[in-house]
Design a protein around this ligand. Sequence first.
Ligand code: ADE
Length: 251
Amino acid sequence: MRFDVLTLFPGMFRGYLGESLLQKAIEAKLVDVRLHDYRQWTDDKHHRVDDRPFGGGPGMVIKVQPVVDCFEQVEREADEPGELILLTPQGRTLDQPLVERLARQPRLTLLCGRYEGFDERVTEILRPTEISIGDYILNGGEVAAMVLIDAVIRLIPGVLGDEQSSRDDSFSTESRWLEFPQYTRPREYRGHEVPDVLLSGDHPAIARWREEQSRQRTQQRRADLLSRPAENQQDGPSTDGLHHPQKNNPS
Ligand code: ADE
């Protein structure tokens, strides 16, 4: 899957791209992330990419020309069209069904804004899908783009190791409910012991315990997940990222 990231701060991505899961996915050619700097497309003689807002007010607005030209050049050079996404607090909130839809695209182009935002004509002309990662204001779209990339790439086959993928298969409640608690050695730490059932070797009992823990946690911490209507099920049961066991589906 290919991501083109359009930003004023490509350097912000380099640490993230060079680490861990994403680095391995890039090396394995499962993921290709290309960074593009709006500054290289400005036709302003002072190389300015932002300017004061018409009508006055604080802050600076990113100019329409460098963004549109940058995007059009990236599209011209790409092998296939991609979905264009603008990271903005005004967009639809990112959730797992949306992540799953995006993970099915061959290419995503991410527009990251800064300051007071883009000139409105960027959205008028390019008509991006506007996505927010939550109801708070970041200093720009870069961190939001990294969140989106992170959530999407783990759904690309082969990006997670076999261990994790098979784990997903055997514990399908993990996506319907919050994760059950996990423990590793030592068995006891400062008087806190690992639950006996996990040391029992009785795998059906362990599975039952985990399912029950997941259910209880979800009930206590995120009851909204249990009462949420089973939306996005038209493509089959797993497309919304949630598992809907009959006995727990209140609808
Ligand atoms: N840019 C600034 N805040 C943002 C948010 N919450 N989500 C996406 N992009 C943003």
